[in-house]
Design a protein around this ligand. Structure first.
Ligand code: GRF
Length: 203
């Protein structure tokens, strides 16, 4: 099976998936890493792993739709079974989501449905949460609203800062994202009618 990963920044989640592929924990290969930011360090990680890299800068496009159409064409050049958003900081248009729905994943740094959107760690601390974490979900038209099928939780300590909490959550992200990708590529998890099924049983 083939994977295309979309990034915008550091790519530590990409690295976790690269490492899992190398360790043969994932039945697939990453065919390309595409970033909307030319300076994303994740592009360096891809190059070091011998993976094709592409940059598609949204500033080169006059609208979200035209950027998304170009992104669909670029992804299709690699004909992936699965498109993985890993720190990809763009809101995708309904046309893009509809095109890839069912084979488009994202990881969000919160225990969804709590804390959709940005600055999740700061918000969790301010809300006095006892726990926080990360969620992997199929991407749907609702931002951070798609069906979740794997999560990891961490406890908040009273001295936690947004930075210390983010670091704890990121470690968990690196554990659950490769598992999520593996389950989808194995066909164990699939999205049918907007509902995730594990081995045919709706979650
Ligand atoms: C992570 O917090 C992830 O949850 C979010 O983007 C952040 C950076 O991820 N999606 P990465 O290091 O670029 O993979």
């Amino acid at each position: 099976s083939s994977i295309v990963v979309l990034i915008s920044g550091s790519g530590s989640n990409l690295q976790a998936i690269i490492d899992a592929v190398k360790a043969e924990e994932i039945p697939g290969e990453i065919r390309a890493v595409i970033s909307n930011k030319a300076e994303a360090y994740g592009l360096e990680r891809a190059k070091q792993a011998g993976i094709a890299t592409e940059v598609l800068s949204h500033t080169d496009f006059s609208s979200r739709e035209s950027f998304d159409q170009a992104m669909i064409r670029l992804i299709n050049q690699y004909d992936p079974d699965l498109v993985v958003l890993a720190g990809f900081m763009r809101i995708l248009s309904p046309a893009f989501v509809q095109y890839f729905e069912g084979r488009l994943l994202n990881i969000h740094p919160s225990l969804l449905p709590k804390f959709q959107g940005l600055h999740t760690h700061k918000r969790a601390i301010e809300a006095g949460e006892k726990e926080h974490g990360a969620s992997v979900h199929f991407v749907t038209e609702e931002l951070d609203g798609g069906p979740v099928f794997i999560q990891a939780a961490v406890e908040l300590d009273k001295e936690d800062t947004p930075e210390s909490l983010a670091a704890k959550v990121l470690k968990q992200e690196h554990l659950i994202y490769p598992i999520a990708v593996k389950w989808v590529l194995e066909g164990r998890i699939q999205l049918k009618g907007g509902v995730p099924y594990l081995d045919g049983i709706s979650l």
